[in-house]
Design a protein around this ligand. Structure first.
Ligand SMILES: Cc1cc2nc3c(=O)[nH]c(=O)nc-3n(C[C@H](O)[C@H](O)[C@H](O)COP(=O)(O)O)c2cc1C
Length: 317
């Protein structure tokens, strides 16, 4: 496939980014993605043991990734985690030149990161957010539709309608996230005007992903209607697979609960439980694409099926 503005910006073969994922996106997964020609991303919590210091864990993960790949990879900074600034500084110390920021304002750190010549990409959920991020000087926006796994915005704009509107509204490259698992979604995102894609759920169900088999199998078994959005009323919306925790969350929300009560059920430790294999009490953050994922593949198979499928599809259209 041809290079796009995103593959050129990031110095990668194919414009396919493995999204940051708390507790999940570790050195092994990121290096596998980068070695296959995409961009691997590392999350500060991934690979950390209970009670372990996340910034130091991040440093260890970054050094491990450097030993596993000579290709570019980046760091995902979720601005909601308390140690986000420390993590950012460790990434800078370790010479990381690509960062994605999410779950907070791009006004907080974009200029700071640009001083160190970092390529900054910020996750947005609407045209308004995208314009703010562009004005702050980010290099690209990751426009995430409400099909995506993990945190979503209360506006719930789907990828299909969000991407063209963001593409029309900003001059910087747009990366589509949410609802992409195979070549059809990849080509569709590019046809909508995106210059690249970010995928999360598809990479969870890979051989290299460090989550427990129970989590991977839950994705493989899921059908089209098996995800739901919890935390809607409290404003901490997350797309997850339906399980016991999701049922509890939806029930307390019906009762008009507070954001604090939802947070106690939805804290980051809940994702960790799922990563460790507790698929009933853990938060199985997962995109609506789960219904399309029918097997656990290697990371290289995922990326090559996207690229080969892209070429065949484009030729046939
Ligand atoms: C289990 C899980 C955890 C996630 N954690 C994060 C995170 O910590 N930071 C972030 O920016 N995005 C996070 N995301 C979003 C992904 O990076 C990505 O944008 C999203 O999964 C794309 O949609 P898809 O699931 O349809 O592929 C997470 C997604 C999943 C599935």
């Amino acid at each position: 496939m041809k290079k796009t503005k995103v593959s050129e910006l990031l110095g990668i073969d194919y414009p396919i980014i493995q999204g940051g994922m708390g507790w999940i996106a570790d050195a092994e997964l990121a290096a596998a993605v980068s070695n296959a020609g995409g961009l691997g991303m590392i999350s500060p919590t991934a690979g950390a043991k209970e009670g372990e210091n996340w910034p130091e864990n991040l440093r260890r993960q970054l050094r491990r990734a450097k030993s596993l790949t000579a290709k570019p990879f980046g760091v995902n900074i979720s601005l909601e985690i308390p140690e986000h600034k420390e993590c950012m500084d460790i990434a800078l110390e370790e010479g990381i030149k690509i960062m994605t920021t999410a779950a907070g304002s791009p006004k907080l750190y974009t200029k700071y990161l640009k001083q160190s010549e970092v390529v900054v990409m910020h996750t947005v959920f609407s045209v308004r957010h995208a314009k703010v991020a562009e004005a702050e000087g980010v290099d690209a926006v990751i426009a995430s539709g409400c099909e995506a796994g993990g945190l979503i915005s209360r506006d719930e704009v789907s990828t299909m309608v969000l991407i063209p509107q963001v593409v029309d509204a900003v001059k910087i490259p747009v990366i589509a996230a949410g609802g992409i698992a195979d070549a059809r979604g990849f080509v569709a995102a590019l046809a909508l005007g995106a210059e690249g894609v970010q995928m999360g759920t598809r990479f969870v169900a890979t051989q290299e992903c460090p989550v427990h088999q129970n989590f991977k199998q839950a994705i493989v078994k899921a059908i089209d209607t098996d995800t739901t959005i919890t935390g809607r009323k409290s404003g901490i919306g997350a797309r997850v697979l339906k399980n016991e925790l999701a049922r509890q969350l939806l029930a307390v929300e019906e009762g008009g609960t507070t954001a604090e009560e939802v947070q106690s059920l939805l804290g980051i430790g809940r994702l960790r439980l799922a990563v460790e294999g507790n698929v009933e009490e853990g938060s199985l953050m997962c995109g609506a694409v789960a219904g399309m994922i029918t097997q656990i593949m290697s990371v290289a198979e995922v990326i090559h099926s996207l690229v080969d499928g892209h070429d065949k599809l484009v030729a046939s259209l």
